[in-house]
Design a protein around this ligand. Structure first.
Ligand code: ZN
Length: 240
């Protein structure tokens, strides 16, 4: 069974479509939250994931756009985007986001947006935090997003090893505990503007990262049209 693991799609339908086309054929989609926020097509992305039969979890932007948490925690641009998203979300999209759990288990994997102990807010961006997160896992493997950075943290004896997988990088999963971040579909921040995704082969226990080019100017034009902040528009083609 081939599973596409997608995170931080951030209402970028163009990037999502490009990724789904690039990783086909797949048997399932698992997503790690921040389905909306920043981008111009929140309803279309929620609908596309529903059509795909995707299962997933809720992120901080999804929580803020549906009123579960206060948007005042966000920086100015993110807050403006979240408030715009809240205004345009259809009742069906809102209900779909509100129905998402903060964590879920699929096969041998725990799915969270942030970290197992704080699924909405904590960033796993250092080996110290990864160590705690690996200890908190109740499954052999964990999938997380939130940092927009394709990343592996693997328990290695008493320490934690980290890898930054590039396009087509493969990782064979074994009896070591591991946390995998697919990177961001809709707003990559590792200096590569291409959409980032992960494909899991569950039988072979193999993870493969993919980078996918998409029509960034088309998304930027949509963002300008609906009046999203200029800094959010500009960062897409820098991948930062
Ligand atoms: Zn995000």
């Amino acid at each position: 069974m081939r599973v596409a693991v997608l995170s931080d799609i951030h209402a970028n339908l163009t990037a999502l479509e490009a990724v789904l086309a690039a990783v086909a054929p797949i048997d399932a989609v698992w997503h790690l939250g921040d389905t909306v926020g920043y981008g111009p097509q929140p309803n279309e992305v929620v609908e596309r994931l529903t059509r795909e039969g995707a299962v997933g979890v809720r992120g901080n932007h999804d929580s803020a756009a549906t009123g579960l948490i206060d948007a005042d925690w966000f920086n100015e641009d993110a807050r403006v985007a979240v408030e715009w998203t809240a205004r345009v979300l259809t009742p069906a999209s809102r209900a779909a986001l509100l129905a998402l759990p903060e964590r879920r288990t699929e096969d041998a994997f725990t799915l969270v947006h942030g970290s197992p102990r704080d699924p909405i807010w904590e960033y796993i961006a250092s080996t110290a935090v990864a160590r705690a997160a690996l200890d908190d896992l109740t499954t052999p493997y964990g999938l997380f997003g939130h940092t927009h950075d394709p990343r592996v943290f693997r328990a290695q004896g008493g320490t934690v090893e980290t890898l930054g997988p590039s396009d087509q990088a493969e990782l064979q999963l074994d009896d070591r505990r591991v946390l995998l971040n697919p990177g961001s579909v809709g707003q990559p921040r590792d200096g590569d503007p291409r959409a980032s995704a992960l494909v899991l082969d569950l039988e072979a226990r193999r993870a493969t990262w993919h980078r996918v080019a998409y029509d960034i100017p088309a998304v930027q034009a949509r963002m300008r049209e609906v009046g999203l902040p200029k800094r959010l528009v500009d960062r897409l083609d820098r991948g930062l």
